[in-house]
Design a protein. Structure first.
Length: 109
């Protein structure tokens, strides 16, 4: 995930979470909102209840890597916010990737 693909505005970030549509499972919540541009933008949210700064930053790095590897699964013309839930600490990186792929393939069904 390049810096140009990041949701930068705090207002937009909060708007996507508040008014966007959602998919969720035990480990992630994906909030998304349509936009007019063709490329996607991504944001990652990890709450303070998940762990200290080291743990949260590690999760964000892992999520960016997963997004880079699976960009083709995200439908175009959307802004996405991926929120990590506490259960994500109990699974490995490969399981995180599998769970996110499942969620994107099922679209929260």
């Amino acid at each position: 995930m390049k810096k140009r693909d990041v949701v930068k505005s705090n207002e937009l970030f909060n708007n996507i979470i508040a008014k966007g549509k959602r998919w969720s499972n035990k480990y992630f919540i994906i909030c998304y909102q349509e936009k007019e541009e063709e490329k996607n933008n991504y944001g990652i949210a990890v709450g303070k209840k998940i762990g200290n700064a080291v743990v949260r930053n590690k999760l964000k790095r892992q999520m960016r890597k997963i997004i880079d590897n699976n960009v083709f699964l995200f439908p175009n013309n959307h802004n996405y916010i991926i929120i990590c839930k506490k259960g994500v600490l109990d699974i490995s990186f490969n399981m995180m990737e599998l769970e996110l792929k499942k969620l994107l393939n099922n679209k929260g069904e």
